[in-house]
Design a protein around this ligand. Sequence first.
Ligand code: KG4
Ligand code: ZN
Length: 336
Amino acid sequence: MSVKILGIESSCDETAAAVSVDGRTILSDIIASQAAEHGKFGGVVPEIASRRHCENILGVVKEALHAADMQLSDLDGIAVTYAPGLIGALLVGTSFAKGLALSAGLPLIPVHHIAGHIASNYIAHKGLTPPYICLVASGGHSLIVEVKDYTSFKILGRTRDDAAGEAYDKAARVLGFPYPGGVHVDKAAASGDPSKYHLPDPKVSGNDLDMSFSGLKTAVINIAHNAAQKGEELDKNSLAAAFQQTVSNALVSRILTAAEITGYKKISAAGGVAANSGLRSLLQSECEKNGMECFLPPIKLCGDNGSMIACQGYYDFMAGKRADESLNAVATMELE
Ligand code: KG4
Ligand code: ZN
């Protein structure tokens, strides 16, 4: 018999729900994105995010069930992102899922948002099984993760300050692109010359797999200011290309080192920045060169979505993870 899980995600600015079958197959995937509204403020406004989740969540869940041609009684469990993220945003999804699970008499499965991002690869790549190394690069996290099993993780490296996506958004702002800026930097980089500008290497002392992206923003600001002071025109496309190359090199070199240390021959990437064309092509070519398998999520599953929660919810369900009515949302929580 197949296991059907409804996944609910509301940790940031997407209200999302999806239905999975046996983890790997997605029957429906509905997202109400608030990105355009937050864009007016240059970033996510937590208070607005909570209100929009509150308005949208019932409709999104109803639509996900309808698109999957299912009733609540057809489900085996309800999975929800409960950590980490914006607390007010997480509370909407968590409270809603608790009420729904209670009224339907279904098990409630608490899902870690980062575990969800990692699971997005299982949907597209039916043959991907742990153990492997995963690069998680999103707006809030930059992690090199050893995926020991579907529900067991070890963090091998992380950013000491800004996340890769945060760095993209900050650089985008300096270059005059709207929020969220990563995708605009990606497009601009396509017609730039990365060798035109020199940016600092995001390395740090201590752990070779750790990184620091905060200096990159300062370097981009300085280059823009210097050009303005000298009355020179800033070559935005080339600065975007240099930035993208620096971030991609930093992330890819660390993931390859992690694979070397652990001896794994499988690598995957996840999170919003995994949609970056420069990162994807560098990761694929380096994996090919080093005889490793490379698994990348389809672009639509890189950002926050319900499918990844429905998928990870299945593995957490099979591992016996359950929550009761005391489940609370948690803003900060390690994956391990
Ligand atoms: O995973 P995600 O949707 O949300 C979080 O959990 O944080 O990641 C959003 C981040 C944003 O910083 C956005 O600018 C970045 O992913 N992003 C990109 C691209 N598409 C989205 N960064 C670089 N290149 C892209 N193509
Ligand atoms: Zn995310």
